[in-house]
Each structure stands twice: as C-alpha cells, then as structure tokens.
Design a protein around this ligand. Structure first.
Ligand code: IPM
Ligand code: MG
Length: 359
C-alpha cells in the first residue's frame, strides 16, 4: 500500500547487525494493521560509515516530527574501540534518547507459558512472574561529565530531584494502571542508598511522593539485593523503578526469566512527543545476515508502539496474542530451542510468517 496523508509516520532506524533483518520482519507485522508512512534513517555504525556520525541532525529531526520511532539495534565489533575520540554507535542511541527527551524506559518481563522451560531458571521459580522495569533513561552516569587522562578516567553521576520525580511518576502511574480496577499495585524503588549520594536523594524524593498514590505500596531495595531477589524470587515484583545504569543491568538479568534476551521489548517515552520502540537485545553481530535472529522482541516492541505510541491498544493485544500463538505451535528460533518434543527450529522468516498468519 502506498502511504496516505493521514497515515502514521514511523521513522525506521534499522541500525547494525541483525537490526535490518528484525526491523524488516516487524514492518511485515505492522503492515497487517493498515498503511504506514515509513521513513528510513541511519543510526549507529551504519550512520558512522555513511556520514561519519552515529546520529545525524537530519535523522534526529525526522524522528522529532514522526508519530513513533522503530529501532533495531546498534553496535558491532567493527566500531568497537577504547579510543575516547572515536565515534561509537551507542552514542547514536544515547543522542536519540536525550534528543527526544525519552526519560522513561519501560521494559515488561512476563514469561510466556510456551517458553517457561526455555528459561535457565526452574519453572517453579519463574511461574507467576509479571513485572515491569521502569528505567530512568536520560540522566545519571550515562550522561554525566566524562574525562580521560592517561592513567585515570572520570564518569560523573548526577541526578536532580526533578529527574527523579518524573520517572517516579511514570512508575506510580504504571503500577496503578497494571492493577486495573483494584489500584493495589506495588512499586519497588531500587538504589544504592547505603553508598551513593544520588541514591539517597532518589530514595528521599520517591518516598515523599508515595502519599499521592495511597493505594500503591512502595518499598525500597538496594541494587545488589534486588539483583539477587530477581533470580531467587522474581514473582514478588510488580513495578521496579530505578536509575539509568542499574536499570540497564537489572533488565538484562530480568530478561533471562523469559527464556531469552530475544524476547524482551521496550518503550522509551517522554512527555508528549514520539517514543522509541526497540528490542532490549543488541545487534548480535555473530548471527547477523544468517536469517536466524529471533524477531519476537521486535514484534512485541511493535505491540508497545501500537499501545503507547499510536493509541491502538486492541491492535497491540492482537500482536501479543499472535506471538503466543506462534510459540504455542512449537516454533522456536535457535535462542529458544531446547530440543524437547513438539518444538520446531525455525529462522526469522518462518517465525515472521507464522506470526502474521496468526494475526
Ligand atoms: C540498552 C543498551 C544500551 C544502554 C547501550 C547499547 C548503550 O544496553 O538499551 O539497554 O546501555 O542503554
Ligand atoms: Mg542494556
């Protein structure tokens, strides 16, 4: 279908490694829901190669005027360097998050019934897990002052009360929404308040806000303890809110509860403008170009885009149901394949066809 005036404008940032394959597959899924006006732009290593910068002004401007941004992945060994002056693909992603003001990163973790035995954790540990990591995305050590001397290096970690407050609002609201009619959600705020000054501010601000959501329960966990609890008893969590770097680490850890990092979607949202929707996994350069990548995290990110970016919750539900149906039928990409009976090992294309057919 060729785009019409009123079609949603989706900027597609395929990026590096398996990015182009999974994003092409995701467009196939999205096309089942009508016509979209796609605008392909460069990011990451692909952008460094073509334009000398990981994110061009043109690409950022296109994103700003879009309705939503669909992103694949960035990075790869080709651009890996410890030279502080060389451009890095990841700077493109960080520049995009900052440039669009996307301070709230939502990473839902819910093992699908069909995959419960694909997790390295025992079934009885993970059953009943349904949690949401709300990661602060535009502050903290990722964006602090950096410097490098021959024999020393500095990464500064700064948080303002206002930055903590707006991400906490996102977490409290998510807890309320997830609790549906009952309102009895729970927010676990994760910090390192026994050591870090930024964490002490974080804890004070979040605690001071709790009375505005009387039905939502608030508790605090130190990040090392949270890392341990996530694998020993993940079903205790509802909404986890935490700063940028802790959220980065804990969300990869939490991903394994779902069986594979290849299953985890994300939405990065700001106040009002377009969001960025991307799988949590990286560019997987080792399997790039082989047609073997698991496209499901990207499909689930498309579902988040439909729900949070385009206000089409019913369509989002349909994508999620279709992913479950394909897995329920036994299809498994290599990362999910356990070799048990009833499973059939497939590549990106066959998995994509099955999901589209299930729609
Ligand atoms: C993520 C990634 C990024 C991050 C990298 C690629 C910069 O790990 O989205 O979790 O650290 O935020
Ligand atoms: Mg990460």
């Amino acid at each position: 279908m060729s785009p019409n005036e009123q079609d949603p404008r989706i900027v597609v940032l395929a990026g590096d490694g398996i990015g182009p394959e999974i994003v092409a597959a995701a467009r196939g899924v999205l096309d089942a829901f009508g016509s979209f006006d796609y605008d392909e732009q460069l990011i990451g290593g692909a952008s460094i190669d073509a334009l000398g910068t990981p994110l061009s002004d043109d690409a950022l401007t296109a994103c700003r005027s879009s309705d939503a941004v669909l992103l694949g992945a960035v990075g790869g060994p080709k651009w890996d360097t410890t030279d502080p002056d060389a451009p890095r693909p990841e700077q493109g992603l960080l520049g995009l998050r900052k440039g669009l003001g996307l301070y709230a990163n939502l990473r839902p973790v819910k093992p699908l019934p069909a995959l419960i035995d694909a997790s390295p954790l025992r079934r009885e540990r993970i059953e009943g897990t349904d949690l949401l990591v709300v990661r602060e995305l535009t502050g903290g050590i990722y964006f602090g002052r950096k410097s490098r001397e021959p024999d020393s290096a500095l990464d500064e970690c700064v948080y303002t009360a206002a930055e903590v407050e707006r991400i906490a609002v996102a977490a409290f609201e998510a807890a309320e929404r997830r609790a549906g009619g009952t309102g009895t959600g729970r927010v676990t705020s994760v910090d390192k308040a026994n050591v870090l000054e930024t964490s002490r501010l974080w804890r004070e601000v979040v605690s001071g806000m709790a009375e505005r959501w009387p039905a939502v329960e608030l508790d605090h966990l130190l990040v090392d303890n949270a890392a341990m609890q996530l694998v020993s008893d993940p079903s205790q969590f509802d909404v986890i809110v935490t700063e940028n770097m802790f959220g980065d680490i804990l969300s990869d850890e939490a991903a394994m509860i779902t069986g594979s990092l290849g299953m985890l979607p994300s939405a990065s949202l700001g106040d009002g403008g377009p969001g960025v929707f991307e799988p949590v996994h990286g560019s997987a350069p080792d399997i790039a170009g082989q047609g073997a990548a698991n496209p499901l995290a990207t499909f689930l990110s498309v579902a988040m885009m439909l729900r949070h970016g385009l206000d089409r919750g019913t369509d989002a539900d349909r994508v999620e149901a279709a992913v479950e149906a394909a897995l329920g039928g036994g299809l498994r990409t290599a990362d999910l394949f356990t070799g048990s009976g009833g499973e059939r090992r497939v590549g990106t294309a066959e998995m994509t066809e099955a999901v589209i057919a299930a729609l």
